[in-house]
Design a protein around this ligand. Structure first.
Ligand SMILES: O=C(O)C(=O)C[C@]1(C(=O)O)C=C[C@@H](O)C=C1
Length: 380
């Protein structure tokens, strides 16, 4: 047989495949009509597994991997087609519209705001920059901040989410998932860590340093160059400074901000001890209800993707097609699930555009786990 004949055969097969493909897509469209009527999600993980297992058995060993790729693509296309039939005024889009329309006022200047730490903490600095007249209430841990907002004691809460040297603050994301709150604004603060101790003490006297683990990570090079100094973890940097101020010890120092040294009357023994000069921490301002203030240009999402090849790629292609600029993409294993990951996305997009609404509706409907964490603007 020569190549011409073989190509003729391929053309015939392609014609048959295409007819069957169109027939399959048609059946898929009938199914989605049933799903809309019965309020069922587009994505059905169990059914997809059944389809793929059946095909794997029929294909035989040599062709199993190829057939798997083909049918994964067919399932992707089938879901994409089904999504086109779904009316895009989903509950999420309606909530987003309500949260935007209701608020014609700008971001408030006065509010009761929950912060982690004590007086002088970086969270306090973030709070003072976000609100011109905040009434700050301090809580010893991150969950305390969430509980204060949950109970209505504070309208807003301030929490660190990532640092340019030490990375993401995972416990805060875990709490965002648990409490289902929304981000209403974010702020980037330049962090300058100093070593501070009682008046008259010198760096050579110090045998122990106390601070928060994030600060310790950000100053690891300084600590490595002073190996004789014992490092002790503290709940936050401001509490560490206060501990040093309240103690009688002259061999004890804290890693904390210059503002804390002033507040607790401590001497700065060494300034800017962070590993790199451009050390920034991003703080988020959270609220129990979804509020989208004028000027919002960032969106944050938390989602789980199906555990199969190409699922992250398929999602990124959607962001790319709409021209959305990703500013954060991070994954972490889901507790209790083997090798399944939660993804955190931050991207720049207008919440007011219909394309954004369509994408959010599609993700909300097609993913087993999807959380819209808010749309907001970031201040510096
Ligand atoms: O069987 C269904 O529930 C369908 O919607 C069809 C189909 C498919 O194309 O085979 C599409 C999407 C689902 O995730 C599972 C299967």
């Amino acid at each position: 047989m020569d190549i011409k004949d073989l190509r003729k055969e391929i053309n015939q097969i392609d014609g048959q495949l295409l007819k069957l493909f169109l027939k399959r897509m048609n059946a898929s469209a009938q199914i989605v009509k049933y799903k809309i009527q019965n309020e069922l999600p587009v994505f059905d993980r169990g059914r997809e597994r059944e389809v793929l297992n059946r095909v794997a058995e029929l294909a035989g060993t040599e062709m199993e991997a190829y057939s798997n790729r083909l049918f994964n693509t067919l399932l992707d296309l089938s879901r994409a087609y089904q999504n086109q039939f779904i009316p895009h005024n989903s509950r999420l889009v309606q909530d987003i519209q309500a949260a935007t329309c209701e608020l014609t006022q700008p971001f408030p200047s006065k509010a009761n705001v929950a912060c982690q730490g004590t007086e002088g903490s970086y969270s306090q600095q973030a709070g003072d920059k976000l609100f011109s007249l905040p009434k700050l209430l301090f809580f010893s841990d991150f969950e305390g901040v969430f509980q204060a907002v949950e109970k209505g004691l504070c309208e807003y809460g301030i929490l660190p989410v990532e640092n340019s040297l030490a990375g993401t603050v995972i416990p805060v994301y875990d709490l965002m998932e648990k409490y289902k709150f929304y981000i209403v604004r974010s702020i980037r603060l330049r962090i300058n860590h100093t070593v501070q101790a009682k008046k008259g003490v010198t760096l050579g006297d110090i045998h122990e340093i106390v601070s928060h683990e994030q600060a310790i990570r950000q100053c690891s090079e300084f600590l490595k160059s002073h190996p004789h100094i014992k490092v002790t973890l503290f709940s936050n940097t401001a509490a560490a400074a206060k501990y040093v101020a309240d103690s009688d010890r002259t061999d004890l120092a804290a890693i904390s901000s210059e503002a804390c040294a002033k507040l607790y009357n401590l001497d700065v023994l060494s300034d800017q001890i962070q590993n790199r000069d451009n050390n920034y921490t991003r703080f988020i301002c959270i609220s129990k209800n979804m509020k989208i203030y004028p000027g919002a240009n960032k969106i944050s999402l938390m989602l789980a993707l199906p555990h199969k090849p190409g699922s992250l790629y398929t999602l990124l292609a959607k962001f790319s097609a709409l021209g959305f600029n990703l500013t954060k993409l991070e994954s972490r294993p889901m507790p209790g699930k083997d090798f399944e990951f939660l993804f955190y996305f931050d991207f720049e997009a207008s919440i007011y555009s219909p394309e954004t609404g369509n994408l959010l509706s599609e993700l909300d409907r097609s993913l087993e786990k999807f959380m819209f964490l808010g749309s907001y603007s970031e201040v510096f």
